[in-house]
Design a protein around this ligand. Structure first.
Ligand code: Z5A
Length: 217
């Protein structure tokens, strides 16, 4: 079986704190997929929250600030899952059924890390919501780009103004990072990449991990 045939229908996810370099990593994955002779028209890219018309509107709500009305933590969590259900049902599953490989900028772990670790919502409650909304749907491979929150936020700041979540205190992101680390440790189909290194080293590390994963398929 060719590499492209093995990759067809798979769902790869990049996770990490802001400024970890997820968008940059996705360009490396695109390069790696081209090396595997994966046709560009057989690759679907997604981002969360978002990716469908309704999910993008939910993303806008999550990012906006309304004077005099805070977005409740549980409302934020439910919006993340509402957007995810739209994306999975309308984009990801149909793409997989059409033999596409799907490359996701964030997925379920972001809710466990940000709303669980960061906001402090019970992780079991989040797992229950995940089960109700997505059942056994999961990523086939997760690359967690690990970065010190101070460094990640300083990179994000370099791009312009910070949004509602990015303005939170550093210990919020420390707690978020800890959940990402625990999830990566506990999951066989996930790897951690040191995202504080130079882009060239990060690219090499991503290629190596993808090669190993492909060899395991
Ligand atoms: N969120 C949530 O709370 N719960 C959920 O379930 C989900 C999401 C799904 C989405 O924001 C927000 O929603 C996010 C989590 C929350 N919260 N915040 N805050 P977003 O999509 O707008 O942003 P993001 O996902 O955090 O991505 P980002 O900020 O765009 O970061 P990035 O994609 O990881 O980084 P980048 O754009 O590739 O790189 C950032 C800069 O660093 C850029 O200038 C690069 O050129 C530079 N860079 C990249 N790599 C390197 C290296 N290796 N060295 C030096 N500089 C580098």
């Amino acid at each position: 079986m060719s590499a492209a045939e093995k990759l067809a229908g798979k769902f790869i996810v990049i996770e990490g704190l802001e400024g970890a370099g997820k968008s940059t990593a996705i360009s490396y994955i695109a390069k790696w997929l081209a090396l595997q002779n994966m046709p560009a028209e057989q690759i679907t890219y997604t981002r969360e929250p978002g990716g469908t018309e309704l999910a993008e509107r939910m993303r806008d709500i999550v990012k906006m600030e309304v004077q005099g009305e805070d977005l409740e933590d549980k409302a934020e969590l439910l919006l993340m899952y509402a957007a995810r259900v739209q994306l999975v049902e309308h984009i990801i599953k149909p793409a997989q059924n059409n033999q596409h490989i799907v490359v996701g900028d964030r997925h379920n772990w972001s809710s466990l890390a940000y709303q669980g670790g960061g906001r402090g919502i019970d992780l079991q409650l989040i797992e229950d919501i995940k089960q109700v909304s997505l059942g056994e749907f999961n990523a086939d491979f997760t690359l967690f780009l690990d970065i010190d929150p101070e460094l990640g936020l300083s990179r994000a700041r370099g791009r312009g103004e910070l949004d509602r979540i990015e303005r939170l205190a550093i210990d919020f992101f420390e707690r978020t990072r800890q959940v990402f680390l625990q999830l990566t440790d506990a999951e066989q189909k996930a790897v951690k990449i040191d995202a504080s290194q130079t882009p060239e080293i990060v690219e090499k590390a991503i290629f190596k991990q993808l090669d190993n994963w492909l060899a395991s398929l």
